[in-house]
Write a protein that binds this ligand. Sequence first.
Ligand SMILES: Nc1ncnc2c1ncn2[C@@H]1O[C@H](COP(=O)(O)OP(=O)(O)OP(=O)(O)O)[C@@H](O)[C@H]1O
Ligand SMILES: CC(C)(CO)[C@@H](O)C(=O)[O-]
Ligand code: BAL
Length: 282
Amino acid sequence: MEVFNQIEPIQEYLQTQRFKHRSIGLVPTMGALHKGHVSLLNACKRDNDISVCSIFVNPTQFNNQEDLAAYPRQWEQDLAILEQEGCDAVFLPEENEMYRDNPRIRLNFGELEEVMEGKFRPGHFNGVGLVVSKLFHILSPDRAYFGQKDLQQFAIIRQLVTDMSFQVDLMCEPIIREEDGLAMSSRNTRLNPQERQTATALYAALKRGASAVLEGKNLDEIRRDNMQWLEDHGIVPEYFEIVDAETLTPLMNHFERKSVALCVAGNVGPVRLIDNILIEKE
Ligand SMILES: Nc1ncnc2c1ncn2[C@@H]1O[C@H](COP(=O)(O)OP(=O)(O)OP(=O)(O)O)[C@@H](O)[C@H]1O
Ligand SMILES: CC(C)(CO)[C@@H](O)C(=O)[O-]
Ligand code: BAL
């Protein structure tokens, strides 16, 4: 496995691969790798000749500086995992390699970012759009792999690729969970044992919400009921949303058969976590 900290050497490496007609897949991450990331890498390896993983804790997407400071960083362990899992190349740049100057460009994703993560993390998707654009420009992958756990992020990146005409196929991979249902997340490492137990309420709320939607209950009542239920179970919820899985528009009570996503964000002690579940409603 080759590890690159700078842009030009990895570009030369990838150019050599392209001359050999090898397809290139990219798995963008912020490190502190877990089985969710490994599943993205496995999908990438399945579809491509060369698998590249990027590790970069992108400061421009953090709206909360404490969250940025506390974000887990464990490069050696990450590199060992990637080596063992058969990754071909890692892009692990320093901040000043990615941002030589303060970026002035601003991306606006319109109504896609007016709900959920966009609403509760102002500027977050500007930062995600910016760094993903940079990664696509620098690495020019044929395919890029993202997790359904960040469902809204995937919709944002899909829009980015359309608007900017990036020549890349986007792949969205299912959420990998712990045995008790908690979605794997790098931030889970920050939970103490009691918070770790409390965090299982996020997925439990999604499941009870999904059953209620399928039973045809009032959507606003389901939203309110689950916000309260989360609070009763020790979580400080930010939102419990029921949206169209494609457009991420919050659903009104009467809607046609379609793919529905239930999405949740909440604070468990000092740690903010998100999760979602997809259902088909007749
Ligand atoms: N449990 C999971 N299953 C599948 N994919 C995941 C999972 N968790 C994260 N991913 C995906 O991995 C990619 C990198 O995510 P990231 O490095 O931010 O990890 P993370 O676990 O989501 O961390 P955090 O949520 O704490 O920021 C994203 O596309 C994300 O959606
Ligand atoms: C896509 C991403 C790597 C951009 O920093 C990040 O938002 C993430 O890990 O989901
Ligand atoms: N996986 C989402 C990255 C973030 O929370 O900033």
